[in-house]
Design a protein around this ligand. Structure first.
Ligand code: NAP
Length: 392
């Protein structure tokens, strides 16, 4: 094992083959003095994780899919790199002894138990996985507080809020304002939305992202999930979190203070910058990618969000206010509905209908444990499949 360099941050990247994971490794590659990768993990993309292992030399690697893990072991024979598999393998990567910061970049509900394990192991967490705070915000923020570890947001909106809030007290904050690009269907009517295909939904105007979050951006559920995350990350009530449409995606969010002052955080729509900030937090490092050229940024516009056409955002606020397991149910039902839409087994507008149907049937359990959240999640998935079947 190489000697530990105290100036280096030791990273475990969970979901290293995804959009966020790959960009986190770009940040690492651009500043090798500052970072060392101690663990990598994927679901089943053997080709890419093999390449990443050969380039970044982690101390362990985990691939959830057992057959894919076997294949990776075969390919890495002679490398003396332990390859773990299954959920236990992912846990090993999320709690890797040498890591001091875990980048949680898996997609979906797999993120919650992994984040809780990383916290329990005393790791700071750079949190990209949305579902963690949406499903388990109360549990996760309490665990982080009790264990004395940091939850550092990776998402551009929450990174912006973190930066704008630096040095201020909660009582000085009037409201948080999250910006939304409006997605590829800004200005569409309900009639036009009814005919949207997966290809159209995956074609985001300003951000290149994984498929689930791209569809969530098109329905505005993504913004709803971010409102819930902001509530837990910054301890601000739903009545003081607003969304404004900003199609150019240059202002990543704003804070309005009680004296009427706004602070906004700006930059080009490039996730490597908020990822880098999370990886170096609370410090800043020079970045290897181009910044914002204000003279070329042209006009910046802001407009109200249309929750009558895009009902998913309204549903997310409702779930947030219901509290307890309601947000886990919202997230799980959405995951199922988005999956079915991508498989062309559900229409675009059916996504919100399925989520609403499941949410309205749910009786939230307050202050749930992990087991309570997991069982609400399972219930919501089964109900969402039933609701979707009724629409085909
Ligand atoms: N992309 C963005 O710009 C962005 C911005 C803000 C927040 N986020 C959030 O960050 C998270 C990751 O998003 P993404 O766009 O990077 O997703 P993505 O491109 O789909 O990548 C997901 C990663 O997780 C792995 N994975 C998938 N299912 C898994 C499972 N059940 N167990 C373990 N690993 C699993 C994948 O492995 P394989 O490659 O082997 O499938 C891949 O490494 C999401 O929660 C998203 O909402 C993303």
């Amino acid at each position: 094992m190489p000697d530990r360099n105290e100036n280096q941050r030791h990273l475990a990247i969970i979901g290293s083959t995804g959009s966020i994971g790959r960009q986190a490794l770009e940040v690492v590659a651009a500043d090798p003095e500052r970072f060392r990768v101690v663990a990598l993990s994927a679901d089943k993309n053997v080709d890419l994780i093999e390449e990443q292992c050969r380039r970044f030399h982690p101390e362990l690697v985990a691939v959830r899919d057992p057959a894919a893990a076997d294949e990776l072991r075969r390919r890495l024979e002679g490398e003396r790199l332990p390859v773990y598999s299954g959920r236990g393998g992912l846990m090993a990567a999320a709690t890797a002894g040498e890591a001091d910061l875990v980048v949680m970049a898996v997609v979906g509900s797999a993120g919650l138990p992994l984040t809780l394990s990383a916290i329990a192991a005393g790791k700071d967490v750079a949190l990209a996985n949305k579902e963690t705070l949406v499903a388990g915000g109360e549990l996760v923020t309490r665990a982080a507080r009790e264990r004395g570890v940091r939850l550092i947001p990776v998402d551009s909106e929450h990174s912006a809020l973190l930066q704008c809030l630096a040095g201020s007290r909660t009582v000085e904050v009037k409201r948080l304002v999250l910006t939304a690009s409006g997605g590829p269907f800004r200005g569409y009517t309900r009639e036009r939305l009814a005919g949207v295909t997966p290809e159209m939904a995956l074609n985001h105007p300003t951000w290149a992202m994984g498929p689930k979050i791209s569809v969530d951006s098109a329905t505005l559920m993504n913004k709803g999930l971010e409102v819930i995350e902001a509530h837990w990350l910054f301890g601000v009530g739903y009545d003081r979190i607003d969304v404004v449409v900003h199609p150019q995606s240059l202002v990543h969010s704003l804070v309005e203070f009680v004296d009427g002052t706004y602070l906004a955080q700006m930059g080009p729509p490039d996730m490597r910058r908020p990822i880098q900030y999370a990886l170096t937090y609370p410090h800043r490092r020079p970045a290897a990618w181009p910044g914002l050229d204000l003279a070329k940024a042209a006009t910046m516009t802001f407009e109200p969000v249309d929750t009558r056409t895009f009902a998913s955002l309204r549903l997310a606020y409702e779930a947030g206010r219901m509290g307890g397991t309601a947000t886990a149910v919202l997230s799980a039902a959405d995951e199922v509905a988005v999956g079915l839409f991508l498989e062309r087994r559900l229409g675009f507008l059916d996504i919100e209908r399925v989520v609403e149907e499941v949410l309205m049937r749910h009786i939230p359990q307050p202050a749930p444990t992990l087991a309570g959240i997991m069982s609400a999640d399972e219930w919501a998935r089964a109900e969402a499949r039933k609701a979707a079947a009724g629409r085909r």
